[in-house]
Design a protein around this ligand. Structure first.
Ligand SMILES: Cc1cc2nc3c(=O)[nH]c(=O)nc-3n(C[C@H](O)[C@H](O)[C@H](O)COP(=O)(O)OP(=O)(O)OC[C@H]3O[C@@H](n4cnc5c(N)ncnc54)[C@H](O)[C@@H]3O)c2cc1C
Length: 515
């Protein structure tokens, strides 16, 4: 399975792989128009951008908006993973899955739902394709042409330190940006190669709900999709080699999500060892040992989400003098590659593989490449969120990371079970956990587990970027009842820790005098 399956199936009209409906035709018309004519290249560009995902699009639009001559090269679909096979389709599915769960759980709110309610999976997928096609207008080739960008559809390959070939054409540049992104990694699991399996490249083209689905990898992508498919009605087996799900998140947060997934009916097989796959006549068969038990599972489909591999192949990096590693293009703090003319941004060079990181890096590259900027990537405050239900959102350091840096840390936790709105909404499982530098109210980081943790987190991120402390969160009036009151409560808890016995005795004495 390679990363071009989605586009190839769309362009080659392969209805057995990808639905060829009006929505997908509209998508292609926007982000890879089949009648597109590449423009004649200019003598030399201020900036050539390779890759039309978030990092490339933001760089190209921003630079052209500031008056630079810009060429943007995309070999598949403008919009990259996020629009076509990542954030956008996955969040559309997750929203539908949340609707299904709300109907399932309606009885707890005194709402009677007739038995036999079921999810119309083809309709869920059709909604996703419609919304994706709608959003794709923003990333369209025509829009970028209208912004003044020379859009080239084709494979880009460096031919020298300041030249890129796109098919027969040569683009000369003063500066270039590599924004070629990443694709699903292929784990070496015995039998996997011989079995058709799904990745993010193909799962959003399903037209029938798999009755039984194995998901390999319990990181953000695996967890989000495993929970969504379980809510649609698939019997889902989530297999993870590590001890628990979401291994990069706060373990207490991951535990809450794991409990929610078990309530959704998922089979979670952590500490999975000796996984093997075969392809018998009746489906796809997996053998795995998990927690001392041996499992022999037959499923209709297998979805693999075990990490990302950078798209480095065929780029001609050697000709350009750009060094790379297994993890991607080598960059310094200012996103410079080993060729002083060439920068990189997004998944191709970032350990944080998120759309908003790609966007932030693109803005940094514009400053540094075109305007002698000196901004460092380490100066960015990067939040992230996993869109399971409940969501897990994080920013900054956790307690262990702070300690490892020698920073004395104090952690304050507010359970959602003590926040009125969370109780009334029926969402008491979650928390706001905030780490501060001990003896001060300076925010070091936070983890939030809540239905809309990603939205709640932005208040903390803003406070960190604006260097506002917990005292400011405490004196900010939050509307009652909102889940964001949890943040104010953490601020109040911090203020209470400042009420030492000495301060308390002073206050008591003062109040005694003024009676
Ligand atoms: C299922 C899934 C869900 C996700 N959900 C979220 C989410 O909710 N929130 C979030 O922040 N992130 C999410 N992500 C991550 C997000 O999609 C990526 O971090 C983001 O797309 C990275 O953008 P990018 O521009 O670096 O790379 P990409 O989007 O991968 O774009 C790179 C582009 O470069 C093109 N390209 C590669 N090589 C060449 C070449 N030689 N010549 C020309 N073009 C080339 C590719 O075709 C591609 O279009 C998700 C990812 C997946 C897979």
């Amino acid at each position: 399975m390679n990363e071009s399956v989605f586009l190839a199936s769309l362009l080659d009209e392969m209805p057995e792989v990808v639905p060829l409906d009006d929505h997908n035709r509209a998508l292609v018309a926007h982000v890879h128009p089949t009648d597109w004519q590449n423009p004649p290249p200019r003598a030399r560009y201020n900036l050539v951008v390779i890759g039309g995902g978030t990092a490339g699009l933001v760089t190209a639009a921003g630079a052209a908006g500031l008056g630079a001559t810009v060429a943007l090269v995309e070999r598949q679909l403008l919009g990259g993973d996020c629009l076509n096979v990542g954030c956008v389709p996955s969040k559309a599915l997750i929203r539908a899955a949340r609707a299904a769960a709300a109907v399932r759980d309606a009885g707890a709110f005194g709402v009677e739902v007739p038995t036999g309610v079921r999810v119309d999976f083809p309709a869920v997928m059709e909604r996703m394709r419609r919304l994706r096609a709608h959003l794709s207008a923003h990333d369209s080739a025509q829009r970028f042409r209208d912004l003044g960008v020379d859009v080239f559809l084709g494979n880009a390959c460096f031919t020298g330190p300041d030249t890129v070939a796109v098919d027969e054409q040569t683009l000369r540049f003063a500066k270039a940006v590599i924004a070629t992104g990443s694709r699903a990694s292929e784990p070496s699991i015995p039998g996997l190669k011989e079995t058709d399996y799904l990745t993010n490249e193909t799962v959003f083209s399903l037209t029938e709900l798999p009755q039984r689905l194995a998901v390999i990898g319990a990181g953000p992508i695996g967890c989000e999709l495993a929970q969504a498919f379980a809510r649609f009605g698939s019997e889902v087996f989530l297999i993870e080699t590590l001890h628990g799900i979401l291994p990069n998140d706060d373990p207490e947060a991951a535990e809450i999500v794991q409990r929610a997934m078990v309530r959704d009916g998922l089979h979670i097989l952590c500490c999975g060892k000796d996984l093997q796959i075969s392809r018998p006549d009746d489906g796809k068969r997996l053998w795995v040992d998990a927690h001392g038990e041996h499992y022999d599972i037959v499923v209709n489909d297998i979805l693999v989400g075990v990490g990302r591999t950078p798209n480095l192949e065929g780029l001609g990096l050697e000709a350009a003098g750009v060094t790379c590693e297994k993890t991607g293009v080598t960059v310094n703090e200012r996103l410079h590659t080993t060729n002083p003319r060439i920068y990189a941004a997004g998944d191709i060079c970032s350990p944080y593989k998120f759309t908003h990181t790609a966007d932030a890096m693109a803005r940094l590259v514009i400053q540094n490449a075109l305007f002698l900027g000196r901004t460092k990537v380490s100066a960015l405050t990067t939040p992230w969120c996993t869109y399971t239900d409940p969501e897990v959102a994080h920013v900054g350091l956790d307690a262990k990371q702070a300690q490892a840096k020698g920073i004395p840390v104090q952690t304050l936790v507010q359970p959602l079970a003590e926040v009125d709105r969370a109780v009334l909404d029926g969402d008491p499982d979650g928390f706001v956990k905030i780490h501060i530098r001990q003896g001060t109210d300076r925010l070091l980081g936070a983890t939030i587990v809540a239905p809309h943790a990603g939205d709640l987190l932005s208040e903390v991120t803003l406070a960190m970027v604006g260097r506002l402390g917990l005292k400011t969160l405490a004196r900010t009036i939050h509307p009652y009842p909102t889940q964001a009151e949890a943040l104010k409560k953490v601020g109040d808890a911090y203020n209470r820790t400042r009420l030492t016995p000495f301060v308390k005795s002073l206050l008591t004495t003062w109040l005694g005098w003024t009676r």
